[in-house]
Design a binder for this molecule. Sequence first.
Ligand SMILES: [Zn+2]
Length: 276
Amino acid sequence: MSAVKHDRSGLLPMVCRGAKVTWGAMSYRLITLVLAVIAPIAATAQPCPPHALGTSRILEVDAATFPRIGRKQFPQTLPLQHKELVLTFDDGPIPATTPKALDALKAECVRATFFLLGRNSITHRQLARRILAEGHTVGHHTYSHPNLSKRPFAKALEEINHGFEVDDDAIYGQRRTEPRTPFFRFPGFASTPPLLDALARRRVVVFGADVWASDWNDMTPAAELKLILQRIQAIDHGIVLLHDTRAQTVRMLPEFLRELKKRGYRIVHVVPAGGR
Ligand SMILES: [Zn+2]
């Protein structure tokens, strides 16, 4: 975890990696580095409209400090402040709905985290790459979405690793069992203590959730919107679980984001600490 800095455009939140820098001591090298990072993005990015929800800040998450998060499943969640939300999407990417979710997020300059299924990322590589290219964090959700608590330990681990490998192959062209972004969510939150321990040893952060839309149940987008807004109000801050594979969710998403803005919520973008 580290300090964070707000980017007013909503497009380029900057992370301060804990280094204490004073203006007097700031070196030419650091200024050059900052300019080098900003210049290409400034040249290509569209400015964020003033009415957009935007992304308030970036939060680095390290498994050493936060091995498992989300109050629905675990004792703690991320250190979020009043009305701060982390948006997460599970089970994609799929062509029917994921692009619409991405369009809605882009229109509001919001960055989210997508927990991909390996079988989908490998089938829809371009879509998986688009998620990354648009600045979102790409986490993992196994290869084929089994209930891991009902599988023998070794088989369950195999399924997790297969997801890591296939996702990273699709996105970065590299097969690796230690994923570039060590963020994982159990399908159906069906974890077991030995699996949680194994992931913690590998410094993989396990995401639960603080609130969800129950969007696995069929309902109208209007009903889903009402439900999720009520639930968010009740928890104040936390990790929101949605599914970019659900038509009703992507249909309510533009209005959901506008409502969050209207109600004074701020979006926090989570990224792995340090990178790999
Ligand atoms: Zn899922």
